[in-house]
Design a protein around this ligand. Structure first.
Ligand code: ADE
Length: 271
């Protein structure tokens, strides 16, 4: 996969793309990420990339010429047409479904703007996918581009050391390698769930104990507990995720029954 990021501040993005999981994915050749300064394509003698808005008003507007030539120039290099993405608060709100869609693409070109916004012809002429990372306004699209690239690259097979960690995490949606139906991350019908609670050593910290069930080594029971916890947590914190599915309530009830069964059999074991 190749990702090009067009920005006025490549020096802000580059270190982020060189650290941790992203840095490793780049080094191992799973992804090529290149940050480019849009000014490099400006035809203006002073490398101007913005101008005052027609009709008046505050701030400056990103001009068409450098952005068009940057996108078209990059696309003409080798791999050809890319999925073009404009980071803007006016865009479609980013979610895991979109992230997965992008992770399946061979090539992305992200355009991060600054100033008051983009000349509207950048939208109409380049037909980018417009993406927002949330309903708030940042001073530029760089942070949004970093969020998007991070979320996408970690889904590339091999990017994470442990493939399992994508399997169960919150919002995971695709079933590329179905393993255990009912594991958290999604349920057996592929609905999105928040992740179940996790614990590590010590078994007791300041009087707070790890749930017994996780220490018993019965993987069937652990799976049922985790599924119930994921459903419970999703119902409590993000009922909107379940509301999208008519079967959500029934599934939740079933999980609570399973959970009660687990607790009962566990109580029996204790006697
Ligand atoms: N640029 C400024 N604010 C933004 C946001 N919320 N999402 C994406 N790009 C942006």
């Amino acid at each position: 996969m190749r990702i090009d990021v067009l920005t006025l501040f490549p020096e802000v993005c580059e270190p982020f793309f060189s650290a941790s999981i992203l840095g490793r994915a780049r080094q191992s050749g799973l992804v090529t990420i290149a940050c480019h300064n849009i000014r490099g394509w400006s035809a203006d003698p002073h490398h101007k990339v913005d101008d005052r808005p027609f009709g008046g008003g505050p701030g400056m507007v990103m001009m068409c010429q450098p952005v068009f030539e940057a996108v078209e120039g990059l696309e003409s290099q080798g791999e050809g047409a890319a999925t073009r993405v404009l980071l803007t608060p006016q865009g479609e709100r980013l979610n895991q479904r979109i992230v997965e869609e992008f992770a399946a693409r061979k090539r992305l070109i992200l355009v991060a703007g600054h100033y008051e916004g983009f000349d509207e012809r950048i939208r109409s002429g380049l037909s980018p996918r417009e993406i927002s990372i949330g309903d708030y306004v940042l001073s530029g699209g760089e942070a949004a581009a970093m969020v998007l690239v991070d979320a996408v690259v970690r889904l590339i097979p091999g990017a994470l050391g442990d493939e399992e960690s994508v399997q169960d995490e919150s919002f995971r949606m695709t079933d590329a390698a179905p393993r255990e139906a009912g594991a958290a991350g999604e349920d057996e019908s592929g609905r999105r769930l928040l992740e179940y609670p996790q614990y590590t050593r010590p078994r007791v910290f300041r009087g707070m104990e790890v749930p017994e069930i996780l220490l018993g080594g019965d993987h069937g029971k652990i799976r049922a507990w985790r599924r119930a916890e994921a459903l419970k947590r999703t119902a409590q914190r993000r009922p909107d995720l379940q509301a999208a599915d008519q079967n959500g309530v029934e599934s939740y009830r079933q999980a609570r029954q399973d959970e009660a069964g687990v607790e009962n059999s566990h109580a029996e074991q204790d006697h």
